[in-house]
Design a protein around this ligand. Structure first.
Ligand SMILES: CC(=O)SCCNC(=O)CCNC(=O)[C@H](O)C(C)(C)COP(=O)(O)OP(=O)(O)OC[C@H]1O[C@@H](n2cnc3c(N)ncnc32)[C@H](O)[C@@H]1OP(=O)(O)O
Ligand SMILES: O=C(O)CCC(=O)C(=O)O
Ligand SMILES: [Zn+2]
Length: 407
């Protein structure tokens, strides 16, 4: 590390930023709360227990469950998960009401995540026209009650980024003074840009002494960037769900957050999270909610480590780091799982084909490989080629060479 904090491997790193928690943050895993709000989600008791257990083993700090007030089954499942004795702490999410808070504490949770809308939209259309004074009074009563029951309490404003800044800071400060462990900032509609996130979280960091949790929806594609930026600005806890499932198009995905943090905080991530379990967790959740893992999913998408263009293929065959910032081995994945180098398109190059010729155990000169590469490209211009077809073309070209040599 140089004096300025700029390293050869990452010229943008800035170790001088004292606010930043990118190497020291906690995850509040909300697949079993926010994730249950995903359109396709239905979690049986058995699947909830399996998901909670997998996430706890993975190393998340907290698991957030659906409000027990949602249904009798939700309450019973919450009680059952609390009794599992998992390493992760169990939280439940509630409205800011005494009834919800009482039910939550009765379930045996470690903590209660209380939320209430603070934007004009929510105050008018969800909360029947409540003003900030009434909301603050209600919040303080609920906070006091949960504390009296010996549970951790977090207070969050819903729709924080469309709320008045003075209103927001005032209610957070009141919650902080009332002794909550965390305050939460929620981008409920996914409208915030990274710069807005940095400004709000940094301002809040100066106003409260509590931990700061952040919750970002992905409506405008910023959930991961916003989570990262929030950590840089001093947030301490990030909400995630497996594959990002949640209301509408969901929140910051656990896997994508791991991918984002790895180049920045590799040692921290590897010491804290069993990232090689990520694929199994994603596959299980995907199957449970009947979706495919997206093709472009960080780390586990089917082509996350596939290189197609000839220029890329040549360089990564020499050194994967040329075009890869993440290492599949870190996540317990073998390159064989992916079609690591694509040999069958018109974008391929002779260096890629040379590696395939080697894999097939054939001997050819560079000029011969260039010639057969030309043939593959000609065929790939006409149709989608399979690997078998490309291999057959290479083998028959090789046979012709041998026959010519023997004559
Ligand atoms: C942004 C988020 O994701 S917040 C979390 C969302 N999660 C959920 O909604 C959990 C699943 N929800 C449910 O099962 C139900 O909505 C319940 C059990 C919570 C409430 O059901 P119902 O009593 O039938 O009310 P309904 O859902 O129609 O309306 C919500 C009520 O809560 C009130 N409310 C909404 N948010 C809050 C809040 N944060 N704090 C206090 N009250 C709230 C509304 O004003 C409304 O009150 P009303 O009964 O006087 O009209
Ligand atoms: O409780 C929170 O912090 C977030 C609630 C929520 O899901 C949201 O506002 O999108
Ligand atoms: Zn949400």
């Amino acid at each position: 590390m140089s004096v300025t904090g700029i390293t050869a491997s990452n010229p943008y790193s800035n170790v001088n930023d004292l606010l930043s928690n990118v190497r020291n943050f906690k995850i509040i895993e909300s697949t079993l709360r926010e994730g249950e709000q995903f359109a396709n989600a239905y979690f049986s008791r058995e699947n909830k227990i399996k998901i909670a257990t997998m996430l706890s083993d993975f190393g998340v700090d907290y698991i957030e469950l659906t409000n027990p007030a949602a249904s009798p089954q939700s309450r019973e499942d919450c009680e059952a998960i609390c009794k599992l004795g998992l390493k992760a702490k169990i939280l439940t999410h509630t409205r800011c009401t005494m009834e919800d808070a009482k039910l939550a504490c009765d379930c045996g949770v470690d903590g209660v995540d209380v939320v209430i809308g603070t934007s004009q939209f929510l105050r008018e259309h969800s909360l029947g026209g409540k003003d900030m004074k009434a909301i603050t009074k209600q919040a303080l009563e609920v906070i006091e009650y949960i504390k009296s029951r010996g549970c951790e309490v977090r207070f969050s404003s819903e729709d924080s980024f469309r709320s008045d800044l003075v209103d927001l800071l005032s209610i957070y400060r009141a919650a902080s003074n009332a002794g909550v462990g965390r305050v939460g900032v929620a981008d409920t509609v996914g409208c915030a840009s990274p710069r807005q996130v940095y400004d709000l979280v940094r301002t809040l960091r100066g106003c409260v002494s509590t931990d700061i949790e952040v919750h970002f929806h992905d409506d405008t594609g910023c959930a991961v960037a916003n989570s990262f930026t929030a950590l840089e600005a001093g947030a301490t806890h990030i909400d995630t769900s497996v594959l990002g499932i949640g209301e509408r198009n969901g929140i910051c995905p656990l896997g994508a957050l791991m991918a984002r943090m790895m180049p920045t905080s590799r040692d921290y991530i590897l010491s804290k999270y069993k990232v090689h379990q990520l694929k199994a967790i994603e596959d299980f959740v995907a199957e449970t909610v009947e979706i495919n893992v997206p093709f472009n999913n960080p780390i586990t998408g089917f082509c996350a480590f596939t290189h197609k263009a000839g220029i890329h293929a040549k360089a990564i065959l020499n050194s994967p780091s040329t075009y890869e910032i993440l290492k599949p081995e870190d996540f317990g994945l073998s390159r064989q799982l992916y079609r690591y180098v694509h040999f069958t398109s018109r974008l391929t190059g002779w260096n890629a084909i040379k590696s395939r010729v080697d894999q097939l155990g054939l001997k050819m000169t560079d000029d011969q490989i260039k010639e057969v590469t030309g043939k593959i490209k000609q065929m790939a211009d006409l149709k989608v080629m399979t690997l078998d077809e490309s291999d057959a073309l290479i083998r028959s070209f090789h046979l012709e060479l041998q026959q010519a040599e023997n004559n």
